[in-house]
Design a protein around this ligand. Structure first.
Ligand code: ASP
Ligand code: MG
Length: 437
């Protein structure tokens, strides 16, 4: 699946962006292991040009966020960025030092040095452009570039960060900017699975998954990649591979490792034709326990009522996911049920209470003991019956579906949080995803 031929075709060394997450960077011992993997990749294919994007050490960003909260509960996001960006500054310098200790040429490039230009939306900035010429020059000269993920710089020269998990997006953006042959995301799992292997022992690692499927899986709780990074990879056509950084002492180049490759629909068709992938109706099952449910009772059943509910939430940047307007009661009233991230529940509740008059609801009921279970697969586009199988399998086990939402390639249901593991297992079997013994 890799582009072994690219070197001959283009006459330049293959360019690889490698990204290592916090678990892989937690401490100098592990950084040494990462350095070994980087060395192997740099030597691969007669010499590859390598840029490495790193996360802060595991737990470090949480620690820094807490410092900000302690210092000032209503912290200024611009100063928050100065603090939290430091975690990646430390690991990028340490990795450059470790690579140098192995006799390799390496240097760090901080967000403001490259620069990685972002809008000034502190704590959730989006990458606008990466000026790559000097980076490319360094790579071509055989120097390994080590780049802290998650950080950038705004037009007015201040440090920005890109939202939690943002290093994945940094890596994909760097890969796009340098025209990388591949972006390898090293993490603490060795690929993308049909579902969480900690819940289903018979979960299978996928050789490949399409961008579209990965985008849906990431957005509904599969934590392997930041959702935005997948969207960017899809748009920019970056080849992304997910693989494990825990490979023991003899590190090998990723060209030979069986991770999960994220591919286009056309590539997936090719893999199926060659018998390398099986065509499945459902590719993966994800769960998310981080949503909460809000029910507003006896909302007037008339035009404009739901706008009054959702406009203030949108203005406050609160993401509403599933929405159901229950069947109208008598007297022109109805109940409206929807979900928001658990972290925003208190804020959402306060906002709605504030607008009680305007919306005209009777009671507000909240519940964070819910989970969202999603089945994802491009196969759904052309096949009926996927939803039927889901509802039958859940009801056979007495699992009650409280809300449903769908997209072209995804069906999500809201259930009681206590039934999460059971539901995931039952569905994994129902769609024939269990590995054979
Ligand atoms: N260190 C940041 C975080 O924990 C960014 C990342 O690791 O992707 O969110
Ligand atoms: Mg991550």
């Amino acid at each position: 699946m890799d582009r072994q031929g690219s070197q001959q075709e283009t006459g330049r060394a293959q360019r690889i962006v490698m990204k290592f997450g916090g678990t892989s960077m937690a401490g100098t011992e592990r950084i040494r292991r990462v350095a070994n993997i980087v060395r192997a990749q740099a030597a691969a294919g007669g010499g590859s040009a390598v840029a490495v994007v790193v996360s802060a050490m595991a737990g470090e960003t949480d620690r820094l966020v807490n410092f900000c909260r302690e210092a000032n509960a209503l912290y200024d996001p611009a100063e928050y960025d100065v603090v939290v960006a430091s975690g990646e500054q430390v690991t990028s310098g340490l990795l450059a030092l470790t690579l140098q200790s192995l006799g390799l040429k390496a240097r760090s490039w901080l967000g403001w040095q490259l620069p990685v230009r972002t809008a000034a939306h502190h704590s959730k900035a989006r990458i606008e452009a990466i000026d790559a010429p000097s980076l490319v020059e360094a790579l071509e000269a055989g120097e390994i570039a080590v780049i802290p993920g998650f950080q950038g710089v705004s037009d007015d020269g201040r440090v920005t960060t890109m939202g939690r998990g943002g290093s994945d997006t940094s890596a994909v953006a760097i890969a796009a900017a340098v025209g990388a042959d591949r972006c390898d995301i090293y993490t603490d799992v060795d690929g993308v699975y049909t579902t969480d292997p900690r819940i289903v022992a018979k979960a299978r690692k996928l050789k490949a998954v399409t961008y579209e499927e990965m985008l849906e899986l990431a957005s509904v709780g599969a934590k392997v990649l930041q959702t935005r990074s997948v969207g960017l990879a899809m748009k920019a056509g970056v080849r992304v591979q997910v693989l494990s950084s825990f490979v023991g002492e003899d590190a090998v180049a990723a060209d030979k490792l069986p991770g999960t490759m994220i591919v286009s629909d056309a590539e997936m068709d090719e893999l199926v034709e060659k018998g390398l992938m099986e065509r499945q109706l459902v590719t993966g099952i994800a769960h998310d326990k981080n949503e909460a449910k809000i029910i507003l009772t006896r909302v007037p059943d008339k035009p404009g009522a739901v706008a009054h509910i959702f406009e203030p939430l949108a203005d406050a940047g609160i993401n509403v996911d599933m929405i159901i307007q229950n069947v109208g009661r008598d007297k022109g009233e109805t109940d409206v049920t929807f979900t928001v991230p658990q972290a925003d529940l208190a804020r959402a509740q306060a906002l709605l209470e504030d607008k009680r008059e305007l919306i005209g609801f009777n009671r507000i009921i909240t519940d964070s003991q819910i989970a969202k279970i999603s089945v994802v697969g491009v196969g759904m586009k052309s096949h009926a019956g996927v939803a039927g199988t889901m509802f039958r399998a859940l009801s056979d086990r007495g699992i009650n579906v409280q809300a449903i939402s769908t997209s072209e390639i995804k069906i999500s249901v809201m259930i009681d949080e206590d039934e999460t593991e059971l539901a995931v297992r039952v569905l994994h079997t129902a769609y024939g995803l269990d590995a054979e013994d």
